[in-house]
Design a protein around this ligand. Structure first.
Ligand code: UD1
Ligand code: MG
Length: 467
């Protein structure tokens, strides 16, 4: 018998159906990336850790992409029209009822736009909520700059009475410096009974989740609250300025983790490292580098100033300077740059040197290959220790199809050689300066001229006997 899936005691609902108009963007607000991940992903991390279950994300048709973006890790529920956070919670409760298993006893409700929130704060909120046997608990922040945020109104005894939205507030209420962070815990049974009693704001016509606080008070139920420092951690993202601030803070958090794990950063404020990047201890990042996506860098490697590395594996003891590396693999002790470009599908063997303006695309360079200056190797296989002279080009495209070039080990490609693919050069083959090679060159042969003709290379001069 298959056991019935059980809903956890705590379920997190993440509100993400709003239009986010202040972002002035075609992309839904919560999908804007921070350090390479949609910002809602960070909220889902915290929600999942604190609730111990798959979060439920509320989306609406204008931001349908949200549903698809979270589908692999969250349940989703539709809010037919984004009529406010209270209506979004109502949609969440309807969605929860359709999930198999027991109904949860308590709910964590989070705004999808608070990416810096961490699970331990949500744990503290749940602890307070349970200790107070509250109907609703919230996290507030004391700030000198309460702006457009909801104000927490307290009675003479300091108990939370209600939350008033800035747009609906009186002059006096706007003076309140304790703001609502948009993170709540609810008694699930209570909120189910009361959600239908929310009424639209007379000022904005929106249905506010925050009005549930006054309803709990009217029911004589306890309201839990914890206050946290105004360090920006709970700032919602509503516009691009706030997005930039949160990105800066998240990057600092990521970089701190790497620094403590043994990565050297000459200037952590200009090291842009996606959340998904893996760096071994003893990696060095110089100023102004960007490491993106699934990039991994092994010990002893330095990523030099002005480098952009995307989805690339880099081995040990490499030195990359002012270069762009995309979707490629680099083995140990490789030197790249300045101003080299690895395009997707490149595989660079141990000890290879790629110098100024070297471009490699979809090619394998075996160990010890040298490609020092201004050349393009595309759709090619290059054997170990082969030297690619300055200005060498693989003419891999005939206007219709890409064709391959194969060069054996220990070959010497003279400066300004044109390798007209498909073409194969054997081990130890050589080309003269300016050769246009449009036929295969057997192992050990020399190709010279335009188009190139084959010759036997002159024998190497004998080493003078020592003496
Ligand atoms: C909300 C709070 C405010 C608090 C602030 C903290 C309300 C009424 N106000 O204001 O007290 O100080 O957060 O950041 O809740 N959403 C929906 N459906 C909707 C509307 C919004 O899912 O119909 C989602 C949004 O996508 C967003 C979250 O709810 O993730 C909050 O909405 P937002 O418009 O940012 O609310 P604030 O004005 O910031
Ligand atoms: Mg907001």
């Amino acid at each position: 018998m298959t056991p019935q899936p059980r809903l956890a005691r705590t379920r997190a609902i993440v509100l993400a159906a709003g239009l986010g108009t202040r972002m002035k963007s075609r992309l839904p607000k919560v999908l804007h990336p921070i350090c390479g991940r949609p910002l809602i992903d960070y909220v889902l991390d915290a929600a999942e850790a604190a609730s111990g279950s798959r979060p439920l994300v509320i989306w609406s048709p204008p931001v349908e992409a949200v549903r698809d973006a979270v589908a692999s890790r969250a349940e989703t529920a539709l809010q037919a029209e984004p009529r406010g956070t209270g209506d979004a919670l109502a949609a969440g409760l309807t969605g929860l009822a359709t999930l198999a298993g027991d109904a949860p006893a308590e709910l964590l409700v989070l705004s999808g736009d608070v990416p810096l929130v961490e699970a331990d704060l949500l744990d503290a909120l749940l602890a307070e909520h349970r200790a107070a046997t509250a109907a609703v608990s919230l996290i507030s922040v004391i700030t000198a700059d309460p702006g457009r945020l909801g104000r927490v109104v307290r009675d003479e005894d300091g108990e939370v009475e209600r939350i008033i939205e800035a747009k609906d507030a009186t002059e006096d209420e706007l003076e309140i410096e304790e703001i609502n962070s948009g993170l709540y815990a609810f008694d699930a049974g209570w909120v189910r009974a009361r959600i239908g009693d929310l009424r639209p704001s007379a000022v904005t016509g929106e249905i506010y989740i925050t009005d549930l606080v006054a309803l709990a008070r009217a029911d004589g139920r306890a309201i839990g609250s914890i206050q946290v420092a105004d360090d920006g951690t709970l700032d919602g993202i509503n516009d691009r300025a706030q997005l930039a601030e949160a990105t800066f803070a998240m990057q600092a958090r990521i970089n701190e983790r790497h620094l403590l794990a043994g990565v050297t950063m000459l200037d952590p404020t200009t090291a842009h490292v996606d959340a998904s990047v893996h760096l071994d201890a003893d990696v060095t990042l110089e100023p102004n580098v960007s490491l993106r996506g699934s990039t991994r860098v092994a010990a002893g490697t330095t990523i030099g100033t002005g480098s952009l590395v995307v989805d690339t594996l880099i081995g040990r003891d490499c030195r990359i300077l002012a270069s762009v590396l995309e979707s490629s693999e680099v083995e140990d002790s490789v030197q790249i740059g300045p101003f080299a470009h690895l395009r997707p599908g490149s595989s660079i063997g141990t000890g290879v040197k790629l110098g100024n303006f070297a471009e490699v695309k979809n090619s394998r360079l075996d160990a010890g290959v040298q490609q020092h200056h201004m050349s393009y190797i595309g759709d090619a296989q290059v054997g170990a220790r082969t030297n690619i002279g300055a200005g060498t080009i693989t003419a891999n495209y005939d206007g219709k199809r890409k064709k391959r070039t194969t060069i054996g080990a220990d070959a010497f490609i003279g400066v300004d050689t044109m390798l007209v693919a498909p073409v194969e050069l054997g081990a130890g083959a050589r080309t003269g300066a300016g050769a246009v090679v449009n036929r295969d060159v057997p192992a050990g042969k020399l190709a010279v001229g335009v188009p190139a003709r084959l010759r036997d290379p002159r024998p190497e001069p004998e080493e003078p006997a020592p003496g």
